[in-house]
Design a protein around this ligand. Structure first.
Ligand SMILES: *Cc1c(COP(=O)(O)O)cnc(C)c1O
Length: 266
């Protein structure tokens, strides 16, 4: 039986229209608005808002505005490109409570950068990368929270494992002692068709639920990182525990999404 929540639309039509935050107060205002949308989605789904972490995504945002966001309460930021993230980390060493999550595809030859500074990596998609990250982390004496990225949209996206390949992949992960496996991550289809977007989130949750029953010891699969500015309410209705939100906090981005991931036609 369809619940009222199933009518939740995407907000992709907002694309390019989120106002730009330029003061600490603007950031407080936008963060409160996003938290209110999170709370409303949780109410519809009968969930506790404490079970949803908001990860602000600061890609393309310069240091001055990131410092404003930090002053407004953003202490954990997501970045798609590792070099951009690393530069920002270096530039803001004085903010010792600021942590970084790398949420975009990573080439193996850049694993050592992630191992140096990131607190979280959400786009794990190959054993070679897991192995390299683990080795680099051991050298640094660090560990890293990781999410396995899954391609739930059936687009010919290069990024993320096919759902059918995830169980075998997860079974290999316990041998990488520096990786703490937290859960799964996905990017939904970018479409105004809310039901096709929702289907991506349902697929990720179903996969997580099946994996959890057979997960090896030490592999936590609690988290589902899914949902961004245009679709995070739908993701929360389907079980997201982490939502990655950029434009609704920082303002519309000029850089097209195709710069970050292959886009389909939807
Ligand atoms: C940019 C980005 C987001 C956030 O997108 P917005 O439209 O700015 O909310 C989420 N996830 C990933 C992987 C991203 O690169």
């Amino acid at each position: 039986m369809p619940s009222p929540a199933q009518d939740t639309p995407t907000r992709h039509e907002q694309h390019g229209r989120y106002p730009r935050a330029e003061t600490v107060d603007d950031f407080r205002h936008n963060l409160a608005a996003v938290q209110a949308r999170i709370a409303a989605a949780c109410r519809r789904a009968g969930r506790d808002p404490a079970g949803v972490r908001l990860l602000p995504v600061s890609k393309t945002i310069d240091e001055a505005r990131i410092r404003q966001a930090h002053a407004a309460g953003c202490h954990f930021l997501g970045e798609n490109k590792v070099q951009e993230a690393h530069h920002k980390w270096e530039a803001m060493q004085d903010l010792d409570d600021l942590q970084w999550s790398v949420i975009g595809h990573l080439q193996t030859n850049k694993a050592k950068l992630v191992a140096r500074f990131a607190s979280e990596f959400q786009a794990l998609d190959s054993l070679r990368l897991a192995e390299t990250l683990d080795r680099r982390l051991q050298l640094e004496g660090r560990s890293l929270d990781v999410f396995v990225q899954v391609n739930t949209s059936e687009e010919d996206s290069k990024y993320g494992l096919a759902p059918a390949d995830v169980p075998a992949f997860v079974r290999e992960l316990p041998r990488f002692g520096a990786l703490r496996v937290r859960g799964l991550m996905t990017l939904a289809l970018f479409s105004e068709d809310a039901e096709r977007v929702r289907a991506c989130f349902v697929r990720l949750r179903g996969l997580r639920d099946r994996l959890r029953q057979e997960a090896p010891d030490g592999i936590g699969l609690e988290d589902l990182s899914m949902g961004m500015s245009g679709d995070f309410e739908i993701a929360i209705e389907e079980g997201a525990t982490v939502v990655r939100v950029g434009q609704a906090i920082f303002g519309a981005r000029a850089t097209p999404d195709s710069h970050y991931w292959p886009t389909g036609t939807g």
